[in-house]
Design a protein around this ligand. Structure first.
Ligand code: NAG
Ligand code: NAG
Ligand code: NAG
Ligand code: NAG
Ligand code: NAG
Ligand code: NAG
Length: 507
């Protein structure tokens, strides 16, 4: 036996095969040796720092925790345990030299909840690498050499809550792991810090609920500086999300200026030596008369109890009981507030008080309601369109008239002026018609809205975070558009520019 091994010693693979064969022979012969190679405390088995190159054999089926950290294990094959370990919930394999984990390695340990593969030498996570682990809650993969994650590597891991991928060589942010919450519905912590990610899908990250962003660790990556990134992280910081507050100083980005690369703090990008970024504050929610509106309470943690208070300082009861009309204001089972149908009086700042075991939060959602339904609004557009057609027709008529008149040169300037006047009478209405092909429909709509009835103080301030929200809300009720109102100044850049873009046509 030994002679056989010596003969092939120069071939490493053969050597390990040989060892494996020896281990298999041993496992059939004897149960686990709890005196020399491992320490056993009933269901806990610790074989840490024993210079093992293979998983010890003869593990008892009642093992609930297995510690194989600080050894020299290179591979985790499918047959590492010949017997099912149904009670195994914690498996520690950190500080080994693992380069390979078989896709079937965990088929006999279906109840694992905690798996530590940190500080190893994994290069990539293959298809369905961890799919058998349907009960896994925590997966530690930090300090490996992972460059590639197959999109299906974490499929079926419905209970995974924490995934640590820090200190690897990832160049792409694995957006599919957090998007829509379908793949990993329970994931509340994804650590991709200290990788090689240069660009983030900022617009997609913006849409994530706060309870995911709160545990999305991005620091220590060579991010490229831009104002989108600044806006995202600034927003997260204002929300006091752990991922940005706890690692504020490590959130850096690379700014290329005069052929030099400067690594600066993302939060200094608003300074003039950075990119001079400014923050675009989120507009509040907007709704049309009669719609069903759902206000989300975007809490930092999940499983909080939400209590909603309306702008009129009324508490919204979870069970509104029988209401005489079809109108209902109620808290849905997921904590969102639903109002249907919405009335103009419903606008203002809503407050969500969220209570949890570890955290209490107060959030504000600003809602503006247009004093017309979306349907009626479309009719207005149609009216405007017919007016346009009418106007074009009359201009053509005027031109025909001009060409048919004998004294063309004498009459033309005067008539031309009249034609312009006539056009300008309609232009204030027409400015919102869909014939502006460059602007999107939505832009055209909000432009029209801004002109008829600017939501003024309701918009422009950070919709989700209005600190002193409710006081000014009652004043809005029933009020009409006041052009000289001081609130006008607060309206968002969109509505200001809409006024500018409309006026030159009128004057
Ligand atoms: C940049 O924002 C920080 C707050 O995040 C503020 O303290 C600082 O004054 C701002 N700098 C400039 C130049 O606006
Ligand atoms: C930075 O932006 C502000 C406002 O947007 C402007 O007043 C200031 O001049 C800018 N500074 C530089 C150095 O560009
Ligand atoms: C709560 O449920 C409603 C309707 O089912 C949905 O529109 C809303 O987005 C949900 N809110 C959250 C925070 O998931
Ligand atoms: C309630 O809704 C039904 C249709 O869904 C309608 O026929 C009825 O008039 C409504 N009642 C009130 C009081 O609005
Ligand atoms: C949250 O507020 C309640 C009272 O409303 C208090 O009893 C509880 O201790 C608070 N929890 C935390 C984590 O601050
Ligand atoms: C909504 O508009 C109508 C006229 O179109 C007006 O009579 C009514 O007072 C307005 N309601 C509010 C709350 O502004």
């Amino acid at each position: 036996m030994m002679i056989h091994c010596d003969h092939w010693f120069q071939h490493l693979w053969a050597f390990s095969l040989c060892l494996l064969w020896m281990a298999v022979m041993k496992s059939e012969a004897s149960p686990l040796n709890c005196q020399s190679s491992c320490v056993c405390a009933s269901d806990i088995i610790s074989c840490s720092k024993k210079e093992l190159t293979l998983v010890p054999s003869g593990l008892p089926s009642y093992t609930s925790m297995l510690d194989l950290s600080h050894n020299n294990i290179v591979r985790l094959r499918a047959e590492w345990t010949p017997v099912p370990l149904k009670k195994l919930h914690t498996f520690l394999l950190s500080h080994n030299s693992i380069t390979f984990v078989s896709a079937d390695a965990f088929s006999l340990t279906p109840n694992l909840r905690h798996l530590d593969l940190s500080s190893n030498k994994l290069h990539s996570l293959e298809e369905n690498a961890f799919s058998a682990l349907e009960n896994l809650e925590v997966l530690l993969l930090y300090k490996n050499a992972i460059t590639h994650i197959d999109r299906s590597a974490f499929d079926e891991m419905h209970l995974l809550q924490k995934l640590y991928l820090s200190q690897n060589h990832l160049t792409r942010f694995p957006m599919e792991l957090v998007k829509d919450g379908e793949k990993l519905p329970e994931l509340a912590l994804l650590d991709v810090s200290y990788n090689e990610i240069k660009n983030l899908p900022v617009s997609q990250l913006r849409t994530l609920p706060a309870w995911i962003s709160n545990g999305l660790y991005l620091h220590g990556n060579p991010l490229t500086c831009d104002c989108e990134l600044y806006g995202l992280l600034w927003n997260w910081h204002v929300r006091k999300l752990s991922s940005t507050v706890d690692f504020r100083d490590e959130l850096k980005c690379r700014l290329i200026s005069q052929n030099k690369v400067n690594t600066i703090s993302v939060f200094s990008l608003n300074g003039s030596d950075g990119l001079n970024c400014s923050v675009v504050r989120e507009a509040g929610l907007e709704a049309y008369l009669g719609e069903t509106v759902t206000l989300n309470c975007d809490t930092k943690l999940r499983g909080m109890t939400q209590v909603w208070v309306t702008p009129g300082n009324e508490l919204v009861l979870t069970d509104p009981g029988e209401s005489p009309s079809n109108r209902s204001v109620s808290v849905l089972s997921n904590g969102s507030l639903q109002i249907r149908p919405i009335r103009v009086e419903d606008r203002g700042t809503y407050t969500c008080y969220a209570h949890g075991k570890f955290l209490n939060e107060t959030l504000y959602v600003t809602l503006s309601v247009f004093n017309f339904t979306q349907h009626v609004h479309q009719e207005t557009l149609n009216t405007a369109y017919t007016t346009l057609v009418g106007c074009v027709a009359s201009v053509i008529l005027v031109l025909i008239y001009l060409y048919l008149t004998p004294c063309r040169c004498w009459c033309q300037p005067g008539n031309k002026g009249q034609g312009e006047d006539r056009e300008s009478i309609h232009s204030s209405v027409l400015s919102a018609t869909p014939n502006h092909e460059t602007t999107s429909d939505k832009a055209a709509l909000s432009r029209h809205v801004a002109f008829l009835e600017p939501p003024g103080d309701l918009r422009g301030q950070n919709g989700k975070l209005k600190p002193n929200g409710s006081q000014d809300a009652p004043g809005i009720k029933g009020s009409h558009f006041q052009p000289s109102s001081p609130h006008r100044k607060l309206s968002d850049p969109g509505s200001i520019s809409s006024v500018f873009s409309d006026t030159p046509i009128v004057v």
